[in-house]
Design a binder for this molecule. Structure first.
Ligand SMILES: [Zn+2]
Length: 511
């Protein structure tokens, strides 16, 4: 697909070749431009990006194999909730447009709901998935929750707001994103090994019209930069699409279903756009591909005989996303029976490489919020591999690139519990106190033996994978406790022992 973007005076990017009469579309994602800028600064980035992309299928295969072999202890870490902190950096007019504090709370809640649905095959619009694609629909299995405890151990609502006058991004370019994350001009990142940091702000200057941009670990993001920045008013979801709770205020149409963050979170977990960000080329052959004369279900704006950009392109490194030349905007709707939407990478030496179309219905394409419904199996598996227990050296670590890089984010469920429900301000500092929890795995009974007599135990809390407190036992000055979990659903739990001087959390598997 030929892309002609025109930067208008207002800074909105118009997909002019296709949507001359259609609504103005924002620039869905800044990753492609950001990568190009990094490569311009240092050409060695091109090799690094290619290597990371090419490691993704092996990472996905590694995860799939663990699932096949029933390695619950390792793969079930993927269902532990990731604590999100929303750093909201807006001026007073934008703050009011979000509905003030009450509106922001609703937006944060609905955004968490959207992420949990989209990453766990619970999205209410899944009925739109064409029959041919149903078998490719994949479950990431990652859950998300609001961060209820800040890095200092204080209670948090899961968001923080800084009202600014003017903008922090007026200087334009990607370096200006740094000012959003700066403690002086913006809001500083929280510990990136425990929190998923999401900044919500207005993009101005050359970034005006952008919806989101991500700095994942593979981009060399440091502890002060790692995370996602989204356009402030794409946060959360309207009442449309069965959103409960619905956010308030207005959204930039058609980006009102919270999928800006669904898309960017895919990048945070290291996956790419299906077309591989190669400027419109095809990934598997270098001659100029041409759309078949009899093609039906073409991406809007493509005509039979239209050629792709010549030269050998790249793809997203994953096996189940068909060759695709470039991004797709708007709402293709998959109106063809069974669902096929093609582009100019369709035919290769007489072979149809897009028998069920292209993955423009994936959250990782550029379509409208109500035109994306799924991650493919391999997109989901590659992301799930990022929260696996990191392979130790000699057990598959070599060659798997980034497996396990986000594992730590799933290991702090106590950060998800509102302080007011525990009566104890959880300490983010783990005591080194010796503590034994056994047996593990268990079929019901959990024994807790405290080996440090000088520690005063206030309470033991059992937390499920969503950060919900499911059991509390008060401390009573003994060094042995037994807790019965036999009535609870099987799965992973966290046992948190709150001592007077701090806390210790251990993971257990209930079988
Ligand atoms: Zn993107």
């Amino acid at each position: 697909m030929k892309k002609i973007f025109t930067i208008l005076g207002a800074g909105i990017l118009l997909h002019s070749s296709v949507y001359a009469q259609a609504p103005v579309h924002y620039n869905r994602c800044g990753m492609q431009m950001y990568h190009n800028e990094l490569i311009a600064q240092d050409p060695s980035w091109a090799e690094k990006f290619a290597a990371q992309r090419n490691s993704l299928q092996a990472a996905a295969d590694y995860y799939m194999e663990l699932k096949r072999s029933g390695d619950l202890e390792r793969t079930s870490t993927t269902v532990s909730a990731v604590p999100i902190i929303f750093h909201i950096l807006v001026d007073s007019a934008q703050f009011n447009a979000l509905g003030g504090t009450a509106g922001i709370i609703k937006r944060c809640d609905s955004q968490i709901a959207v992420l949990n649905r989209d990453y766990n095959m619970q999205n209410p619009d899944s009925g739109k998935i064409p029959s041919n694609w149903k078998a490719l629909w994949g479950n990431v299995g990652v859950h998300f929750g609001l961060a209820r405890v800040d890095p200092s151990g204080n209670c948090s609502p899961g968001y923080e707001v800084k009202i600014i006058s003017g903008s922090t991004t007026t200087d334009g370019g990607f370096s200006s994103i740094n000012s959003v994350k700066s403690p002086s001009t913006g809001l500083a990142a929280w510990d990136v090994s425990k929190y998923y940091n999401v900044w919500c702000t207005n993009f101005l200057g050359s970034l005006n019209g952008l919806l989101g941009i991500t700095q994942p670990k593979s981009d060399g993001a440091t502890s002060t930069k790692m995370g996602v920045v989204i356009l402030y008013n794409t946060l959360g979801c309207t009442a449309q699409n069965g959103a409960v709770p619905a956010g308030t205020g207005t959204w930039p149409t058609p980006y009102n279903l919270g999928r800006t963050l669904t898309h960017e979170t895919g990048h945070f977990f290291e996956i790419w756009h299906p077309w591989g960000d190669d400027g419109g080329k095809c990934p598997t052959w270098s001659s100029t591909a041409t759309i078949a004369a009899d093609s039906t279900g073409l991406v809007s704006g493509e005509d039979p005989g239209t050629a792709c950009t010549s030269g050998l392109g790249s793809d997203d490194g994953l096996s189940d996303t068909p060759p695709e030349s470039d991004n797709v905007y708007g709402n293709p709707h998959y109106t063809i029976a069974g669902g096929t939407t093609h582009d100019c990478c369709e035919m290769n030496s007489g072979t149809n490489t897009q028998p069920i179309g292209i993955a423009c219905l994936s959250y990782m394409d550029y379509t409208d919020d109500d035109a994306m419904y799924l991650f493919t199996t391999m997109q989901a598996a590659a992301m799930a591999s990022m929260v696996l227990v990191p392979p130790s050296s000699g057990t598959g670590a070599t060659g798997y690139g980034t497996i396990g890089e986000n594992y730590n984010l799933t290991q702090n469920p106590s950060l998800l519990i509102p302080c007011s429900t525990t009566g104890v301000t959880p300490s983010p500092t783990e005591l080194k106190s010796s503590l034994s929890i056994y047996p593990n795995p268990t079929t019901g009974e959990v024994n807790i033996s405290i080996n440090s007599a000088e520690e005063t135990l206030n309470e033991i809390i059992v937390i499920n994978m969503l950060g919900q407190q499911v059991k509390t036992v008060k401390g009573n000055n003994v060094d042995y406790y037994s807790i019965d979990l036999s009535e609870m659903s099987k799965g992973i739990y966290f046992v948190k022992c709150n001592f007077a001087s701090g806390s210790v959390t251990r993971k257990i598997l209930l079988q």
